[in-house]
Design a protein around this ligand. Structure first.
Ligand SMILES: [Zn+2]
Length: 157
C-alpha cells in the first residue's frame, strides 16, 4: 500500500507539499487520480475534478477509490439547464462533507431537496431522484471495492 503524506511533490509546480490543505486532482472523463497539488496551485484548474483535503485529513484506500470512480460519473451526468440535472446537483453535495457524508447519504439528498425549494427553479427530473441517487451511489461503491487504488493519503499533523 502506497502512503501519500507531507513532502509529496506537487503535480503542478513539482515542489514538495509541506503544509496547508492539499488538493487531490481527478480526471473527469475516466477513473484515474491525476495527482495532488498545493491548494494555491489548483486554483482555476477546471479541467479536473478537485477535492480539497480537510480535517481529519486522512483518506483510506477505499475512500480514494470511491472518489476515483465518483468524478467521471458526476461529470457525465446532465447539468445546468439540461433535463434531469437534479441528480448531478444532488450528487455533488456528497463532496461537501466527504467522507463523513457517506455515513448517511440520505442527508445529502434531503439537504438538496431543502435547498431546491429556495432556488425557485423549474424541476426537470422526470424519474425517481431518490432511487436513482441510491442506485448510482451503490454502483460507484461496488466498482470502488472491485478496483482498489492501493494508496492511502495521510496529511494529519
Ligand atoms: Zn504546487
Amino acid at each position: 500500500m502506497q502512503k501519500i503524506t507531507w513532502k509529496y511533490l506537487c503535480s503542478i509546480c513539482r515542489r514538495p507539499i509541506y503544509r496547508g490543505k492539499p488538493t487531490l486532482l481527478f480526471a473527469t472523463d475516466r477513473p484515474i487520480m491525476v495527482g495532488i497539488c498545493h491548494s494555491t496551485c489548483g486554483y482555476g484548474r477546471y479541467n479536473w475534478g478537485k477535492f480539497q483535503m480537510c480535517p481529519p485529513d486522512y483518506l483510506s484506500d477505499e475512500q480514494i477509490s470511491f472518489l476515483v470512480q465518483f468524478y467521471p460519473r458526476l461529470y457525465s451526468l446532465p447539468g445546468r439547464q439540461e433535463p434531469n440535472r437534479e441528480l448531478r446537483a444532488c450528487f455533488g453535495l456528497l463532496l461537501w462533507n466527504y467522507p463523513a457524508s457517506l455515513a448517511n447519504p440520505m442527508e445529502s439528498l434531503r439537504k438538496f431537496l431543502d435547498e431546491y425549494k429556495h432556488w425557485s427553479q423549474e424541476w426537470l427530473y422526470d424519474g425517481d431522484l431518490e432511487a436513482d441517487f441510491l442506485r448510482l451511489l451503490g454502483q460507484i461503491q461496488r466498482v470502488a471495492r472491485e478496483k482498489p487504488m492501493e494508496v492511502e493519503i495521510d496529511f494529519r499533523a
